[in-house]
Design a protein around this ligand. Structure first.
Ligand code: ATP
Ligand code: LTN
Length: 337
């Protein structure tokens, strides 16, 4: 066959995000911005991981709003659902089905080592439920159902991807080739945006201290206020350095948004104080988020359009994922209907 006729099949990318609150700058810089860029070069599939979100108690009314807001925000950030099927996890029953199956091929010991489990069980000590513990097997199901080659996530999710690979390898080892082994895709910039109040911890949308994170839908004044209050150090020199977690984080954010290197930013702010620098970072973030907020305001008014898109997404997702689920269940010896 002449070389021109050999069409390389595009790799499959899958990722998901929990509607556990309003999306933060960490979610955007660490994950969503990359999703948008990957759409042209890969076959992308995206999901709102609502089943994962109930591992932590959710208020029913707020949860419902968060799910639809999350869907609209994905589109507002630039996900094109016509190009990249985008669905809501609970609309596609195969996820919960395969998760159960995979639970039986996942060891207690390996789940116990997950940092997120340890963190969240400390944070929610009154509700260390079994779902929080088996969260990674549901995530493995999300990924393996679509034979994803790559999974774009922030650095905090690397461990969950490793476990998904281990589960897939174990299953394939017993039953022969069934699942594709997924690779993490962690962009080097923005992979870990830290809390503005405790820069040794990641910025997390479920942090109760609202000053710790910037939401994509925060008003410009709020964003500016949060940056002005960001915890820094007493050296008062804008440079990357040890023990300067707060400033390192702000330089990191500025660098991802402007495309400048840390050195260039240090130079720009030579002789200037933290006040000026915090204002500049805040302004850069406001400008980056402005078009997203405008698109979101339009989309969220158009419930019919959103419904049409998430229904189409779910139909596509069910069709693809059912095949993988059937294949896995057949191999185990289930009698298929
Ligand atoms: P929660 O606080 O409920 O655990 P979260 O804010 O950590 O939520 P997730 O839904 O768990 O967000 O993650 C969505 C995506 O955003 C993942 O790919 C994750 O790696 C990425 N992400 C989350 N927080 C950050 C962060 N601080 N920096 C970079 N990427 C992040
Ligand atoms: N746990 C993920 C959200 C998530 C996910 C997935 C990410 C659920 N299912 C499948 C990638 C692939 C997180 O980002 N916190």
């Amino acid at each position: 066959m002449p070389e021109t006729e050999i069409k390389e099949k595009k790799k499959i990318i899958l990722s998901a995000i929990q509607p556990s609150g309003t999306f933060t700058l960490g979610n955007y810089l660490g994950a969503l911005r990359n999703w948008v860029r990957l759409q042209d070069d890969y076959n992308c599939i995206f999901a709102v991981a609502d089943l994962h979100a109930i591992t932590v108690r959710q208020d029913p009314k707020v949860f419902k709003k968060n799910i639809l807001d999350a869907y609209a925000l994905l589109l507002a950030c630039g996900i094109d659902p016509e190009k990249s099927p985008t669905f809501i996890q609970s609309h596609v029953p195969t996820h919960a089905q395969l998760a159960w199956v995979l639970n039986c091929y996942t060891q207690f010991g390996e789940l116990s080592r997950m940092t997120q489990f340890k963190d969240k069980s400390q944070k929610h000590a009154d509700n260390v439920n079994a779902g929080l513990f088996t969260y990674p097997s549901l995530m493995a199901a999300d990924i393996l159902l679509y034979k994803a080659d790559m999974v774009p996530v922030g650095a905090d999710q690397k461990q969950h991807l490793e476990i998904a690979r281990n589960i897939a390898e174990r299953f394939n080892g017993i039953y022969g080739n069934t699942f594709t082994l997924p690779e993490p895709y962690i962009a080097s910039t923005g992979a870990r945006v830290m809390s503005l109040q405790d820069p040794t911890r990641k910025m997390s949308k479920s942090d109760e201290n609202t000053n710790a994170w910037v939401a994509l839908l925060d008003k410009p004044e709020t964003i500016m206020k949060k940056f002005r209050r960001a915890v820094t150090d007493s050296e008062a020199v804008v440079r990357v350095g040890e023990g300067k977690d707060g400033i390192n984080n702000l330089i990191g954010i500025m660098s991802v948004i402007t495309g400048k290197t840390s050195e260039e930013i240090e130079k720009d702010f030579e002789g200037k104080g933290y006040g000026d620098f915090k204002t500049a970072v805040g302004e850069a973030v406001v400008e980056e988020l402005r078009p997203i907020q405008q698109r979101f305001d339009e989309l969220i008014k158009n419930k019919d359009y959103l419904e049409e898109q998430y229904k189409k997404g779910a139909e596509f997702a069910l069709r693809i994922s059912q095949r993988t689920l059937d294949k896995a269940m057949k191999k185990i010896g289930f009698v298929l209907r």
